[in-house]
Design a protein around this ligand. Sequence first.
Ligand code: AHM
Ligand code: MG
Length: 349
Amino acid sequence: MTSDKPAHSWAPPPADASRVGITLETFILEGQLGHPAATGAFTSLLNQIGLAAKLVTAKVRRAGLARLLGYTGQTNVQGELVQKLDEEANETLISVLGRRKHCAAIASEELETERILSTDPRAKYLVVFDPLDGSSNIDCNISIGTIFGVLRKSSTHTVETSDFLRPGRELVAAGYILYGSSTMLIITTGTGGVHGFTYDPTVGEFFLSHENIRIPDRASLYSINEGNSTYWHESVQRWNAWVKEEDKATGRPYGARYVGSLVADAHRTLMKGGIFAYPGDRKSPSGKLRLLYEANPFAFIFEAAGGKASTGRERILDIQPTALHQRVPLALGSIRDVEIFEEFVRSER
Ligand code: AHM
Ligand code: MG
């Protein structure tokens, strides 16, 4: 279908041309994210997200111990109840975002409906998040993450569910924190590039390590839960057979990679290129992943890095949401790899 050669993975810019090594806080304070309407409130909100990331990473790194403590009487050494990590991550984000009164309300995967954090008229932002994505992987010490998106509050009345139901292209920032072999925070405001910060636990700071991440235009990697293949539509089955055919000119067969944590699979795809897909199928017509706090933030990040995000038929960022927890089919990755996936989906017989 194409003869382009797979592009190289992301490589760091030369040290003298970059700001690699500065802290997340300095980066945000200096307006390096390039948000056109940057105000003190926006800067402060992003810094609060950085703080929440540090607090959650501390909990994630002790998850094994916390579980052990939990088994011996359900209270930890401070006499507090040991909560499930996803609840702890959720509570941490809510309490940190509620502190500086810039966040009017949040919507979380862990909560049925939105939660108001501030009725102060100066609270201009809404934050959507999946506090601990891939949490079924905690028990086997596999990478998990936090996904977030920031919207500007569009009305003056008290926030309602409908205030969150806005297409992803209206996000003013999005990012994720990956609790992997190291903790990384990736963030973008859409126009100022996508930047990655690595956490140094010895000093308790995120440092800029991956400046201006660009996803390769294509690569020979695919990521999908192939255990669902019996439920897939025939177009997805044909695409899956195509990536596994031998054809040197198009870099096939592709290598298969699947962690089962969206944050980990998407991060690898952002760094190395290729495609991650969780399509709709006969059993789950809308797939599994959630539009507001999983698909939209990643779509925003991937487009800002030169990649693409699609349902297979339409751009993720153009979907008008109808419910907080709605699911959406998702294909995410290198521009050419997502286009090829779309060509198959649109040829559904
Ligand atoms: P979660 O938000 O409840 O953790 O579920 C979402 C996770 C994603 O991280 C991952 O991409 C997907 O579920 C994996 O699903 P499956 O186990 O069906 O492959
Ligand atoms: Mg999730």
